[in-house]
Design a protein around this ligand. Structure first.
Ligand code: DCT
Ligand code: MG
Length: 405
């Protein structure tokens, strides 16, 4: 495990709408712009954060430290480093001296220390120590398997296991169905999903959904909606205007069809746990209560060897794997909650955290993936679009590609 492996998935791409963001490609802006740093909000939902990150060497370092704190259940430091990474992603210049971060929020003592180390030494010894730490490396490795969380990783580590081979060899371990799929498709699932692969998955999803409900709306959310060129999965929201029954049955029918087509390598269908009566004090630990399907789809590769058919004929069918296992999340959303679900599932995770924190602390409102509740007026605020939700919260609208906090 080394830093290259860790950062392989953290790419810096171009925003979707390049007309609006004519930033010079790869230009390293080391000159501090005349940006008023005191005006940078402590909330990611009040910062425009595109994929152009001028401070990746700092944000990568913070994210490694945050992750290590997460592994060790130190929530305070984890949050501090996540917020620090997030805020640096919106700076329109590269930090070259400590003075550059004066007035920038979330620059605490520890954070400043790391920044100083990186400026002076080119790297941080604290980050290096984490990357060399046996516990960090093992947990990072174990959690890279689909279905393995911190609890399982910790258990394996305490059992003395250090490699995936050791885990696979241990016959006493009872793997869940999800973990078995994770090991089976490990290489595919740990190599990033490209934009082209996400588009191919979109076609598969649209094709089956529209066959069942022709007027259903299928939207790609998550990182790809924010303009990222790679991701760890592809997130889809599906809504069926009109019939509740069609809505409830849709995912079941999708699964049946995919099974017949042998496209489904794994799935877990979770029924909706949404109950109107419990509003607005819903369980906060669940991401949301929509019916959803966590799946691994078999996505067939575009044939690249059209002019090379003699070579392909030399291999038997089994030898050529012409597909890739891709993680796909399908979320079925009632039409009237669509804007809230879209806002919640577009992310980034840090953007979402700050949006909810802003609603709670600045507006005395409660925002989740289902609704927005005004605690002062004791009413739900309806919204048909993301723009309306931003407006209810008194926020300037941020386009999806400005939410890469
Ligand atoms: N989300 C959230 N809180 C979380 C996890 C996720 O609000 N704890 C939201 C934001 C993004 C969306 O769900 C989809 O989640 P991921 O697929 O994990 O995020 P992503 O941004 O799409 O990242 P990736 O590109 O790696 O798939
Ligand atoms: Mg995603």
């Amino acid at each position: 495990l080394d830093i290259r492996w860790l950062t392989a998935c953290m790419e810096v791409g171009r925003p979707v709408d390049s007309e609006k963001y004519q930033l010079p490609e790869d230009e390293d802006r080391s000159v501090t712009s005349d940006l008023d740093r005191d005006s940078i909000s402590e909330y990611a939902c009040q910062r425009r954060t595109t994929l152009k990150n001028y401070n990746q060497k700092f944000t990568d370092a913070f994210e490694i430290l945050a992750e290590n704190y997460e592994f060790n259940e130190n929530k305070g430091f984890c949050t501090a480093f996540r917020r620090a990474a997030s805020v640096l992603k919106c700076l329109p210049f590269t930090i070259v001296q400590v003075h550059d971060i004066e007035g920038v929020p979330w620059m605490g003592k520890q954070v400043k220390g790391i920044i100083e180390d990186i400026i002076e030494e080119g790297e941080s010894s604290k980050v290096k120590a984490v990357l060399d730490n046996e516990n960090y490396r093992s947990v990072k490795l174990f959690t890279s398997v689909f279905g393995v969380g911190l609890k399982t990783s910790d258990k394996w580590y305490r059992m003395g296991l250090r490699t995936l081979e050791e885990v696979k060899r241990d016959k006493n371990l009872k793997l869940t169905r999800m973990q078995k799929a994770g090991f089976l498709h490990y290489d595919d699932l740990t190599s990033c999903v490209s934009k082209a692969e996400a588009d191919a998955a979109s076609l598969i999803v649209q094709d089956v959904v529209w066959k069942i409900v022709p007027n259903a709306i299928v939207t790609i959310a998550g990182g790809f909606r924010r303009g990222k060129q790679t991701g760890h999965d592809v997130d889809f929201l599906i809504t069926v205007p009109g019939s509740k029954q069609e809505e409830e049955e849709l995912l079941h029918t999708v699964i049946d069809i995919w099974k017949k087509q042998e496209l489904l390598l794994y799935y877990d269908l979770i029924e909706s746990t949404f109950e109107d009566t419990k509003l607005p004090s819903r369980k906060v630990d669940a991401l949301d209560h929509f019916q959803k399907c966590f799946a691994i789809l078999k996505v067939h590769k575009e044939r690249e060897d059209k002019g090379n058919s003699i070579r392909s004929k030399a291999f038997s069918e089994e030898e050529i794997k012409d597909w890739k296992a891709i993680r796909v999340d399908l979320v079925v959303v009632p039409f009237e909650q669509y804007a809230f679900a879209l806002l919640g599932w577009t992310g980034s995770t840090q953007f979402e955290r700050d949006l909810r924190r802003y609603a709670t602390h600045e507006k005395k409102m409660m925002l989740d993936n289902h609704a927005l509740y005004d605690k002062t007026k004791k009413i739900f605020l309806n919204a048909a679009s993301e723009e309306e939700i931003f407006a209810h919260l008194g926020l300037d609208y941020l386009e999806p590609w400005e939410r890469n906090a």
